[in-house]
Design a protein around this ligand. Structure first.
Ligand code: PBG
Length: 326
């Protein structure tokens, strides 16, 4: 008498067989570590809502890079957090700015590390929005593009390997591409935060970047209810010249990652954001979940959904996660 049912358990009997049929792997190569850099000397300031994540001064970057390298991570994403902010986001684009100095320092320390930089005004404006404001407090689009473009050029001058605009203004990829090309940076790729949602999961990041925004970003970031709109945003950015695209956040947007993967063949990144990190850390600190197992499961899910690479605050700890079983 032959069994007529599917014996899925046959391939789950032991570790060897399970690993023989494993479909998705997460390795250090998949991960990009965010870095928060701030002014001053010998500064390492713990971000309260993100245990294990610090804002570091430029002189601390070599040791920070060594920590990240110990996990075999080969790319970083740099965020500048200036101590002074104004209405024009001056410190985002003025000569010899914080991010420029950070990139130079990192590249000098470790030329083989891929250094990407965040292009956005929110950490540099006193009102905390990602663009300039008009007299009625509305975020303006086209004059913001000029500032973003200037900012991107300074990062390229500092030696950034990739610039990553995260502001969600319309037309920014085209504007930044033109500015880079005009300044002889035709070789610098753009990783566009193409489908970035107005998400409550960014909460802890706002503490990290000391962003004092009042109100929300719903006039420029995407509405979490929409997935087809994400495809339009990605298409537009690719047409404007984006080399790589991103979906953000990751965990609550796995369907968007999957849709993006199915519709486009450009390299696809997903950003597992601050709130995703802090939730796990908070639960783990109470002993309510197994941190390592949950992190690996979530990173696997993001890759399985279709992301090629993942920006994650856990990248720094990745060696520890790979070494311990759990
Ligand atoms: C800048 C920016 C934000 C994040 C990355 N770039 C914050 C925001 O849009 O409010 C969020 C990253 C995170 O939460 O980890 N605009």
């Amino acid at each position: 008498m032959k069994n007529k049912f599917f014996r899925g358990r046959r391939l789950r009997q032991n570790e060897h067989l399970r690993s023989l049929v494993q479909e998705v792997y997460v390795t250090a190569h998949d991960l990009i570590a965010p870095i928060f850099v701030t002014e001053g000397k010998k500064k390492r300031i713990q971000v309260e809502a993100m245990p294990g994540i610090e804002r570091v001064s430029v002189d601390e970057l070599p040791s920070e890079i060594d920590i990240i390298r110990a996990s075999n991570i080969s790319s970083v994403l740099v965020f500048g957090i200036p101590t002074e902010k104004d209405g024009k986001a001056t410190l985002a684009w003025k000569e010899n700015n914080l991010v420029q100095r950070a990139v130079e320092t990192i590249k000098r320390h470790d030329p083989s590390l891929t250094v990407m930089t965040d292009i956005c005004l929110c950490a540099y404006t006193d009102h905390g929005h990602c663009g300039h404001l008009d007299s009625q407090g509305r975020v303006t689009n086209d004059d913001t593009l000029e500032t973003l473009s200037k900012m991107a050029v300074t990062h390229a001058q500092g030696g950034a390997d990739v610039v990553a605009p995260s502001d969600m203004m319309d037309g920014r990829v085209g504007a930044i591409r033109r500015a880079l090309d005009e300044n002889n940076f035709i070789h610098v790729p753009i990783l566009s935060y193409a489908a970035k949602y107005a998400s409550a999961f960014y909460g802890p990041f706002r503490e990290a970047t000391q962003c004092g925004i009042k109100g929300d970003r719903k006039t420029y970031q995407m509405d979490p209810h929409n997935v087809r709109e994400a495809l339009r945003e990605i298409r537009a950015d690719l047409e404007e010249g984006a080399d790589m695209v991103m979906v953000k956040p990751a965990l609550a947007y796995l369907d968007v990652i999957r849709a993006a993967r199915e519709h486009f063949d450009a390299p696809l990144f997903a950003y597992s954001v601050s709130g995703e990190y802090s939730m796990i850390k908070a639960c783990a600190a109470r002993g309510w979940i197994n941190e390592r197992a949950v992190v690996m499961e979530i990173l696997t899910a993001i890759k399985r959904a279709g992301a090629d690479r993942i920006i994650s605050y856990f990248a720094k700890d990745f060696k520890k996660f790979q070494e311990t079983e759990g």
